[in-house]
Design a protein around this ligand. Sequence first.
Ligand code: ADP
Ligand code: MG
Length: 210
Amino acid sequence: MLLDINWTLKWLTLCAQAMAGHRMELIELDRAIGDSDHGENMDRGFQAVLEKLAEAPPETPGAALKLAAMTLMSKVGGAAGPLYGTAFLRAATALGDATEIDSAAWAAALAAGRDGIVARGKAETGDKTMVDAWTPAVDAARAAVDAGAPDVLTILVAAAEAAEAGAAATDPLVARKGRASYLGERSAGHRDPGAASSALIFRAAVGAAA
Ligand code: ADP
Ligand code: MG
């Protein structure tokens, strides 16, 4: 299978469902080490993405991700809005006008998205941010491609599992970027909300291909 516009629209729809379904969980995570708004921000942002897609249906995966990027940037707010907006925009640019995306192209798009988050937020691995979900996902996708993974579903599963493990691995970390860093040592013992929402996004990508 190759990733096409139908997959992309299903992915974004499942992202919106996941943010609605995990809204309270993300709010609670952000309450512990932030300002409690992450669940609300992500739910609002992805609902707006669905509205935009319905208004002007895009024809390529890149066009859909670009529309999502613009909407997330303007509707999510907080630190996460510009970061997710940049990630989706860089991924969209990497995909260009392609109508079908293979494993290597998808791995490259994820890497471009992660690089955008890092360029914008300057977080390193281990700073307890969404980068701690994205970088393992990017690395796992790349490794699966290099190992000759035959189909794109294998890449999506590898990325989702790595993102989930990466998000869980933020639990004991002390935050060094973003609002949670104001808490210093007290930020340890809680999962980073942005890493948790990123893991939901990577898992939704698997659901869209199933
Ligand atoms: P805010 O902190 O402004 O309330 P959100 O609650 O929407 O924003 O998002 C918080 C999440 O944003 C954090 O959990 C973290 O994953 C991510 N984040 C914050 N700052 C950075 C950064 N500099 N680089 C990468 N991710 C960051
Ligand atoms: Mg917040």
